[in-house]
Design a protein around this ligand. Structure first.
Ligand SMILES: [Zn+2]
Length: 289
């Protein structure tokens, strides 16, 4: 198998942690194994959560880890000038327009709290028949998923899975209340824009993969529909808890400040997953041949 491009796609809303390192290293190893070029894509659409020190941490961490990439920003200034998602707003808007043209987009004025208290956290399209104008300020745009057909996902081991859109993704948001495109749309749009055909991500993003494939189907985005996915296991803290950004003591910055080397960090990941890992190349053993 050969792929032309894969990507690492951090969101600079916190310091990168061991879980990110694990995901980056697997992706870099997959790029090498399959002859794909590696893109660094930084998701900054949620500007309120983006902080300069988190953005800088992405570059410092990749340099510290010895993970090099072929395409993407080389530093925060280059990122802001050329690669920020704000530069692709017009492309996202074209795709949103195409979704609106399918007749499946509708405005929703429900608050998060309302969805929690009135619908038990699962949205079933309460606003769909209210016919709220799409240009009403402060409304989210949702997509009608009631006609969603089973979705085909291609995996790196050559297998395919057919899955239904999970309940948590029913009528998901494609444009947020602030008027900016939502994650599922920007992630799909960016993978199309950059020509990504191999997507490596954690298992926690499986519902997002299905949501994005659903959108790709509506948009006739064949390049994304035929992309290959690898959903890797999540690194846990040894107590079956997922490592998160809030867990400050697993941040790469913390380990660096303690004087840990990249090799030390890799072997720490290796002992967590029970595999001998000392350098980025060792992660290729975790990827299907
Ligand atoms: Zn609603």
């Amino acid at each position: 198998m050969h792929f032309s491009k894969t990507r690492i796609a951090p969101t600079p809303s916190g310091f990168l942690h061991l879980g990110n390192v694990y995901s980056f290293a697997i992706t870099a190893a997959a790029a090498q194994k399959y002859g794909a070029s590696l893109l660094l894509r930084i998701d900054d659409m949620d500007r309120d959560r983006v902080h300069p020190e988190y953005l800088a941490d992405v570059f410092q961490t990749l340099a510290f880890l010895g993970i090099s990439y072929d395409e993407g920003p080389s530093n925060p200034a280059d990122f802001e000038a050329h690669y920020s998602q704000r530069h692709r707003l017009s492309f996202y808007e074209v795709l949103l327009g195409q979704l609106v043209a399918t007749g499946k987009v509708y405005a929703c004025s429900c608050s998060r709290k309302q969805i929690e208290t009135d619908f038990g956290g699962v949205y079933h399209g309460a606003c769909q028949h209210k016919k709220i104008a799409l240009d009403t300020p402060g409304v989210a745009w949702r997509i009608d998923t009631s006609q969603a057909r089973p979705i085909l996902v291609r995996a790196l081991d050559g297998s395919t899975t057919i899955a239904a859109l999970p309940e948590g993704m029913h009528h998901f948001v494609v444009r947020k209340k602030d008027g900016f495109p939502a994650y599922q749309l920007t992630s799909l749009a960016d993978d199309l824009y950059f020509g990504v055909d191999l997507i490596v991500r954690g298992q926690d993003l499986w519902p997002s993969t299905l949501a994005q494939l659903f959108l790709a189907g509506l948009l006739g985005a064949d390049a994304f529909l035929s992309a290959t996915f690898h959903h890797h296991e999540l690194l846990t803290d040894g107590h079956d808890r997922k490592l998160s950004k809030s867990a400050g003591d697993t941040s790469v910055l913390h380990f660096r400040n303690q004087g840990l080397t990249a090799a030390g960090l890799y072997s720490r990941i290796g002992s967590t997953i029970g595999k001998p890992i000392e350098k980025p190349k060792d992660f290729s053993a975790l990827i299907p041949d």
